[in-house]
Design a protein around this ligand. Structure first.
Ligand SMILES: C[S@@+](CC[C@H](N)C(=O)[O-])C[C@H]1O[C@@H](n2cnc3c(N)ncnc32)[C@H](O)[C@@H]1O
Length: 302
């Protein structure tokens, strides 16, 4: 790792550690609440990533050494929101959500058993979810870069799906940045974020619009820029930020910049503005990739 990055890791590095908690959706809670005493069923306590045998024993449902009180299960079955995820902590169900005045309301949103969750910040979901699941959306973004190899910068971690898919597609390491501490806590309990534990992924907690100035020049082989919409994070669409993205990339490296559907995340001139600023920053071969809803651009070879 380059010295500029090491210094950032010392000051802003936050090791991702997965927190394995039993997770319930309303659907799963209803299935378990209907179990007769002594009966067993195969179900999931990680939203469908894996399945386990769960047995009702009196006022508990047990899976191996784990036991969940029926009271907790029934509370989710009766009063839970179908789009929420509930973690059982100290025998109580708690919605996987957090609020602070500074960071707003963040929650993990359930999309169905076996479907990777999305993240909602102040009611806005951070992944494409219509006709596509969030993992597939992340795959399309990474594929737009061609082969992801070498060091990849992932500007906006969120649930880490783009970082994880970059590793899967051949990146040797990924540096990913997240400004919102509530998002990092939520990602820690999300089963689909677990691969962020990889020692090849470095997580920095901070504002990428500031941290990028401390990143070394010509360092990354590729960058994925997957910011919130422009009305929320204008600085991540600015000429200054694009110049920095250009600077930290190696000659010949590619950028994927998610923008969302034309006309949906900004006015009609929004995409034109993004393209113009990328061009002024020095990027070439700027191309709209419809299936990934973003631009691919390259830093010219020296
Ligand atoms: C669209 S989501 C990213 C989704 C992510 N790539 C994934 O695959 O899960 C945008 C994320 O960027 C974060 N964010 C917003 N402004 C930021 C900034 N200035 N620096 C770093 N992260 C930021 C938000 O908190 C949010 O989690």
């Amino acid at each position: 790792m380059g010295s500029g990055i090491e210094s950032l890791v010392k000051r802003f590095g936050c090791k991702y550690r997965y927190r394995a908690l039993p997770l319930l959706s309303v659907d799963t809670a209803r299935e378990l609440a209907a179990l007769e005493d002594g009966a067993c069923t195969e179900s999931s306590l990680d939203l469908g990533m894996s399945r386990v045998e769960l047995c009702r024993r009196g006022s508990y449902v047990e899976a191996g050494s784990l036991s969940i009180p029926m009271d907790a299960i029934e509370a989710v079955a009766r009063g839970g929101k179908s789009s929420s995820v509930y973690a059982i902590i100290d025998s109580e169900p708690r919605e996987v959500a957090a609020y602070s005045d500074e960071w707003g309301f963040c929650r993990l949103r359930y999309l169905g058993l076996g479907i990777p969750t999305t993240l909602e910040i102040n009611g806005i979901h951070m992944h494409r979810i219509e006709g596509i699941d969030p993992y597939r959306g992340a795959e399309l973004k990474i594929r737009s870069l061609g082969r992801a190899r070498g060091r990849v910068l992932d500007t906006c971690m969120g649930l880490g799906y783009t970082a994880i898919k970059a590793l899967e597609r051949g990146a040797s390491s990924v540096v990913t940045v997240e400004v919102n501490p509530l998002v990092i806590e939520i990602a820690r309990v999300n089963p689909w974020s677990r691969a962020l534990e990889s020692p090849r992924i470095t997580t920095l907690r901070g504002d990428v619009a500031k941290l990028i100035y401390e990143m070394p020049s010509s360092y990354f082989d590729a960058a994925i820029h997957d910011p919130p919409r422009i009305s929320i994070a204008g600085e991540l669409y600015s000429q200054e930020f694009y110049r920095e993205l250009y600077r930290v990339l190696k000659p010949g490296a590619r950028l994927f910049h998610y923008t969302g559907e034309p006309g949906r995340h900004g006015g009609p001139s929004y995409l034109k503005g993004v393209r113009n600023r990328l061009e002024r920053a020095g990027f070439v071969a700027i191309r709209w990739v419809g299936r990934a809803l973003g631009f691919v651009a390259a830093k010219p070879r020296a």
